[in-house]
Ligand binder design. Sequence first.
Ligand SMILES: [Zn+2]
Length: 197
Amino acid sequence: MATPIERLVVDPVTSVFEWAESLYHAVLWRWKQPPEGRIDLQYPLNTELRIAVFGFSVRPQPGVRNFAATELKELENFQPQALAAPLLELRRIGAARRSGEVMLKNLTHPLLVFSTPETGLLREEDREDLWNLFELPVYEQLRTGGGELIAQSCEAQEGLHLEPGTGAPQGLEWKLADNSCACGRGRLLSRAATAGD
Ligand SMILES: [Zn+2]
């Protein structure tokens, strides 16, 4: 393969255009990136995966990339093995996949859903929707609007464990399990059933 300099000699006009175009795309890509996050993703599995993150901007780590909501084409090119995103974003991606706009053929690992005190914890029908769209297990993280982790799914059973030193947020409909959990992390927080559920 010819080096850029050799190509410049062979075909200066095309080379300069290609170079300018790649520079333009690099600048555009950089400009479209959300600011680098200071929060840790804490994906539940300890394997190194290609994980596409929406909704929050997380600290860079190998395989993990932050995406803006509009970047569906970039998402397809990234070929994520896992998604971490708010419910609404996952629904949108699932719909795009169903319509054939994206394929996401390598998506084989559990979904990580970001909930906030504003959105509330996942409801049973939300979980069913996600299952219908992706057929993947679901982990949930409850985070503040700024992305700080409040609680996350227990890996032994349904419900979330509060992070050490964190209290359940105001306004969230939640209940605490009566018994301590088999995983050894204290009692479980789960969504309180409300009228209409
Ligand atoms: Zn547990």
